[in-house]
Design a protein around this ligand. Structure first.
Ligand SMILES: NC(=O)c1ccc[n+]([C@@H]2O[C@H](COP(=O)([O-])OP(=O)(O)OC[C@H]3O[C@@H](n4cnc5c(N)ncnc54)[C@H](OP(=O)(O)O)[C@@H]3O)[C@@H](O)[C@H]2O)c1
Length: 338
């Protein structure tokens, strides 16, 4: 389903199929549909996803859920149908850390078919990995990294909020974490692995702490009301150790009512090393929904252009908006064509 705009100065028309009719899928489909060089198919809900996965579109977005195990078949199907794939599942940002065999098999399949797979959005995909690596371009011997993100999760859908552990008592939160039904926000070990792999640093282990942030008054969220005494958010701390020492600390705080909890949305990357004291602050922090949708939209071209295989954000150029798709990246496109 590829084509060329007849007689226009536009680049080739790209067909993008969107699987997942949730917040991300809808936002990406709506934004991509504004581009004159892209034809959008979907967003498709569960029952309608299969034909799009098998469509052979230039690129398939899988924006459904979080775990690699739950998206691997869809990614495999899209790749085997000859499509490049962006997958928003947090665990897919560095799939080798989750299921080495599945990651290797899909990577080989993608290489054989000349297509690229990328897992990512904003987190993982930017704040805890790509942006960290960009900042590390200014250092020579970084020794520790600390990334802290505080984010408003009040507009997340109910399925994502439940997975984060919102709306339950502290005891049910702990039970859900033990049972694996409450994940908190996923993807931190993947971001750390992306950075470690890019630097050539071997991680010994990653420790995790996850705790509910309990509401002292009800929060009347339309999609998931939170009672007083129930969890209104989550704080997660991950520490990756190298040679027995803490190397990369990631702290994520998500809350449905930041102001009531005395919190402010903010992203902060701190790098320390001999002669390096670097603190990069994004204030008020990157909006989880708008930022993620934009990252996916702005990754379509870089994924289609990338080397085949399952890639990480460390292997791709930065994502950026294309204000004029006909003019953007013309020099690189011409070079590839020659
Ligand atoms: N890396 C990042 O920065 C980033 C950013 C944004 C989102 N994400 C992740 O991407 C996923 C989607 O986010 P979202 O906000 O769009 O979630 P959402 O609003 O809950 O939407 C997910 C949609 O996918 C559908 N779905 C689930 N499994 C499916 C399947 N096997 N086939 C087809 N459709 C399926 C759901 O349908 P049902 O209602 O029928 O289940 C729902 O419509 C979440 O896991 C989220 O955590 C990652």
């Amino acid at each position: 389903v590829t084509g060329v705009s007849p007689g226009s100065a536009l680049p080739p028309v790209r067909h993008v199929a969107v699987c997942g009719d949730g917040q991300l899928g809808r936002a990406v489909a709506e934004r991509l549909a504004r581009r004159p060089d892209i034809v959008v198919h979907g967003p498709a809900a569960r029952a309608a996803a299969e034909p799009l996965l098998r469509s052979g579109a230039d690129l398939v977005l899988v924006a459904t859920t979080t775990r690699l195990a739950d998206v691997a078949d869809d990614v495999r199907t899209a790749v085997e149908s000859g499509s490049n794939v962006i997958v928003s599942a947090e665990e897919s940002a560095y799939p080798w850390a989750v299921d080495e065999a599945a990651a290797r098999e899909i990577d080989e399949s993608a290489r054989a078919r000349g297509v690229t797979v990328l897992g990512g959005g904003v987190n993982p995909g930017l704040i805890f990995d790509a942006l960290v690596l960009t900042l590390l371009g200014t250092t020579v011997e970084p020794t520790t990294l600390t990334v802290t993100r505080t984010v408003d999760i009040s507009r997340f859908g109910p399925a994502v909020l439940r997975r984060l552990g919102v709306g339950v008592s502290p005891a049910d939160f702990r039970a859900g974490v033990s049972a694996g039904s409450i994940l908190g926000h996923a993807g931190f070990p993947q971001s750390m692995a992306i950075v470690a792999d890019a630097l050539g640093v071997p991680i010994d282990r990653v420790d995790r702490e996850i705790a509910p942030l309990v509401a002292d008054r009800p929060v009347p969220l339309p999609q998931l009301p939170v009672d007083a005494g129930a969890s209104a958010g989550v704080r997660q701390t991950y520490v990756a150790f190298v040679a027995g020492e803490p190397w990369f600390t990631a702290v994520f705080t998500g809350h449905v009512d930041l102001a009531a909890a005395g919190l402010v949305a903010r992203d902060e990357i701190a790098v320390r090393g001999p002669g390096t004291t670097l603190d990069c602050v994004l204030s008020p922090g990157i909006d989880a929904q708008r930022g993620s949708a934009a990252m996916v939209v702005n990754s379509v071209d870089r994924v289609i252009a990338a080397e085949p295989g399952w890639r990480t954000v460390a292997e791709l150029p930065p994502a950026h908006v294309r204000l004029d798709p006909a003019a953007a990246g013309r020099r690189a496109t011409a070079r590839r064509a020659s």
